[in-house]
Design a protein around this ligand. Structure first.
Ligand SMILES: [Zn+2]
Length: 446
């Protein structure tokens, strides 16, 4: 009899697990390269989306572009019984705010929020950029189609909203179009401050900036590899935290890095045909992106982008010189690849959307001992069925080992010497989803 009940319980748990599993596969298949193509073409046809371009015209300039994006989000919302809250978030900048600001203007972002059913104040955010530029970032009148940089990321964000709005999530998902990227990340800064002011609990920010080029200036053509940039530790860490890191480790285990690992793991599991490439740096060498202003406030955020860039097609006036075609035009975007990276985002958003709250206040101990001890404060989330300890060799980029240890608030890993590994703890929900892995913030003191 007990055995029978056990089997029933086991089958039931498998059923719950497979529910979110099969939904993730459904989401991958739901993303359309045709719709992404259509939206990239629409965005590129606004002639220029420079942040300081025309705001009155209905057919060209950044004003027309943002109104179109807002109307797209609104029509998606109409199809899901108003499941999205769509709004503009804006801040005013003047020429005194930066060297690349040609005139005073409003930096206007477009947000669509799909409220979580259980934790509406916990947010996972996908961003793309509204704005574009040509060779001269101060030139806001001549053509700057910005098909890959960054209509691709914007179109991917709109498409993710279309696909995910068909589902309900426990945490909130934000689809965000940011402006002012090319002149100094002003849109991201404004929105990060808006989130902070409204006490948003941000699970992570997925900044998509250029997700459509497969034909690299390095001669490599690759439609499977993509990069996940993440900074090693938060810039907001205190002097005390920095000193602790020196003694206890954590140089490559900040919150953005854990977010990057979560993306890598999710993609490896559900889209094994892709090659996610972790890049252990905030962004490309000396270059910036819109995850950074979120990082500046301590939020976890990463940049997702193609692996091989083509500089002939970025920030270039459209022209032919010595037989080389310059310009960020539609022909340079591979829509099947943009679809794959949009699916990557969509399954990560969904996985986090259904994920439980993470354990709090994770502590670690095991100095001069053969065992490692972890302790944490259980979350009040009633969907949690237990916790999972992760560990890896100090030189490994990904968590290598894990052990589900049930619904407890401490555990001793026998025979695992603390010196040789890094450790973390994640919550596991009854639907099979996991929280991000939380790295210990302090040691267990006697
Ligand atoms: Zn750019």
């Amino acid at each position: 009899m007990f055995r029978f009940l056990f089997i029933i319980a086991f089958l039931f748990s498998q059923l719950l697990f497979s529910q979110t599993d099969s939904k993730l596969y459904e989401i991958i298949d739901g993303v359309s390269s045709k719709r992404i193509e259509k939206d990239v073409i629409t965005l590129a046809n606004f002639r220029t989306r420079n942040t300081f371009s025309d705001t009155i015209s209905s057919s060209e300039g950044i004003g027309a572009a943002r109104r179109w994006i807002k109307s797209e989000f609104e029509s998606i919302s109409k199809d899901c019984k108003n499941c999205l809250t769509v709004f503009y978030q804006k801040d005013f900048v003047t020429t005194k705010d930066g060297e690349r600001i040609p005139k005073d203007a409003w930096i206007v972002n477009v947000a669509a929020v799909q409220k979580g059913t259980k934790y509406p104040n916990r947010y996972i955010i996908m961003t793309g950029d509204i704005d574009s530029r040509n060779s001269d970032t101060m030139n806001f009148t001549d053509d700057a189609p910005g098909a890959n940089d960054n209509a691709s990321g914007m179109a991917g964000t709109i498409e993710a909203a279309r696909v995910l709005s068909k589902y309900k999530f426990e945490n909130s998902i934000v689809y965000l179009g940011l402006s002012g990227e090319e002149q100094g990340l002003f849109g991201g800064k404004g929105f990060a401050e808006y989130a902070k002011k409204n006490n948003w609990e941000i699970i992570g920010v997925l900044n998509n900036d250029m997700i459509g080029n497969i034909d690299g200036v390095d001669g490599v053509i690759d439609n499977r590899t993509f990069r996940i940039f993440s900074e090693p530790t938060p810039v907001t860490e205190t002097e005390k935290e920095r000193k602790m890191r020196r003694s206890y480790g954590g140089e490559v285990d900040g919150n953005s890095r854990q977010l990057a690992r979560y993306i890598h793991k999710t993609v490896s599991e559900y889209m094994p045909e892709m090659n996610p490439m972790m890049v252990y740096r905030l962004d490309r060498f000396g270059r910036g992106g819109h995850h950074r202003p979120f990082n500046d406030l301590g939020y976890a955020g990463v940049r997702i982008m193609e692996a091989h860039e083509n500089y002939n097609r970025q920030h270039q006036n459209i022209r032919t010189e010595n037989g080389i075609n310059y310009g960020d035009v539609i022909a340079g975007v591979n829509f099947e690849y943009a679809k794959k990276l949009t699916s990557v985002n969509a399954i990560v958003l969904a996985s986090f959307g259904w994920s439980p709250k993470e354990p709090k206040n994770v502590l670690i101990g095991g100095i001069v001992a053969p065992n490692t001890i972890l302790k944490w404060v259980k979350s009040d989330d009633d969907s949690i069925i237990g916790y999972k300890i992760y560990w890896r060799l100090t030189t490994s980029p990904q968590w290598e080992y894990s052990r589900f240890i049930g619904n407890v608030d401490n555990f001793e890993l026998k025979g695992i010497v603390i010196d040789n590994y890094y450790f973390g703890v994640a919550s596991v929900s009854k639907n099979g989803r996991e929280s991000v892995v939380v790295f210990p913030k302090d040691i267990i003191r006697p």
